[in-house]
Design a protein around this ligand. Structure first.
Ligand code: SAM
Length: 264
């Protein structure tokens, strides 16, 4: 497995939550992420096993109305593409701050009949709008690149990009309650060195450096409290076995006198 170096990207003014170092990581090392997913090192298998039945229940509830989806920090759709192909979507938008992933994501959706489009944008800026609303918004392993204040802002503004009755899916890494960022980065680094051996030492170094410089996961319980403060009802759907990866499903509380079909 070799990583082919790409030219350093020019920082774009829209990438306000993405450091040039972090952007370089994603530009140059999709192969590392593919290996991480293929070896299930972040337990994507269990995450999607938990997500599928929840989405099935959501689809039954949503009914025949057209359902559109936006995936924020979509990357090259390594993990989401198989699920996307199963969903009865009327439209899809992929958003990522890193321009070079867009052709890769596009290649993964080859032959997919659903109308889709790509936006090179910062996920917070996208959430601030204006723009159309979506029935499903997902952000898988993207939000931990934002500082907590920006995560809070995201949780507040993204509500206006979601259709009434829609779902916001957040899969991400989280710190333990009371755990410092330094402690989190050290234990995640130990996990990479001790058990991500299939990557090989040079890619292990690369990921440790990325986690140490570009990851700012929120505390698990604090993030749920931030979501609640922003008006969401949260449901932790899955928690990985390493006290880091987890999946939170968020929705706006329905008002009893205004069923979803009437609200839309
Ligand atoms: C770990 S990858 C996850 C990719 C994909 N969501 C998945 O789970 O397979 C993180 C992605 O987040 C993107 N990203 C990081 N910060 C971002 C930001 N502020 N706005 C939009 N995309 C961002 C990176 O370019 C990268 O594609």
């Amino acid at each position: 497995m070799t990583a082919s170096p790409a030219p350093a990207p020019a920082p774009s003014p829209s990438n306000r939550n993405l450091s040039p170092e972090s952007l370089l990581f994603f530009e140059r090392t999709w192969q590392v992420y593919h290996q991480i997913v293929a070896d299930d090192l972040m337990e994507h298998g269990a995450l999607f096993a938990a997500l599928r039945p929840r989405l099935q229940a959501f689809l039954e509830e949503w009914g025949p109305a057209p359902l559109t989806m936006a995936d924020l920090a979509c990357g090259d759709l390594t993990t989401l593409a198989p699920l996307l192909r199963e969903l009865p979507l009327a439209g899809f938008t992929g958003v990522d701050a890193c321009a070079s992933v867009i052709p890769l994501a596009q290649a993964r959706l080859g032959g997919w009949p659903v109308p889709y489009r790509w936006l090179e944008d910062d996920l917070l800026r996208w959430a601030e709008g204006p723009g159309e609303r979506y029935g499903l918004i997902s952000c898988l392993f993207g939000l931990h690149h934002l500082a907590d204040a920006d995560k809070q802002l995201f949780l507040e503004v993204v509500a206006d990009r979601l259709e009434p009755g829609g779902l916001l899916l957040i899969a991400d890494t989280f710190r333990e309650p009371g755990e410092s960022l330094d402690h989190y980065r050290q234990r995640y680094g130990r996990r990479i060195r001790d058990s991500w051996t299939s990557l090989g030492p040079s890619f292990q170094d690369h990921v440790v450096a990325h986690v140490s410089g570009s990851d700012f996961p929120a505390e698990h319980d604090r993030f749920a409290a931030m979501a609640e403060q922003a008006g969401w009802q949260g449901e932790w759907l899955w928690r990985g076995s390493h006290q880091a990866e987890a999946l939170l499903v968020l929705r706006r509380p329905a008002s009893p006198e205004a069923p979803r079909q009437q609200q839309r």
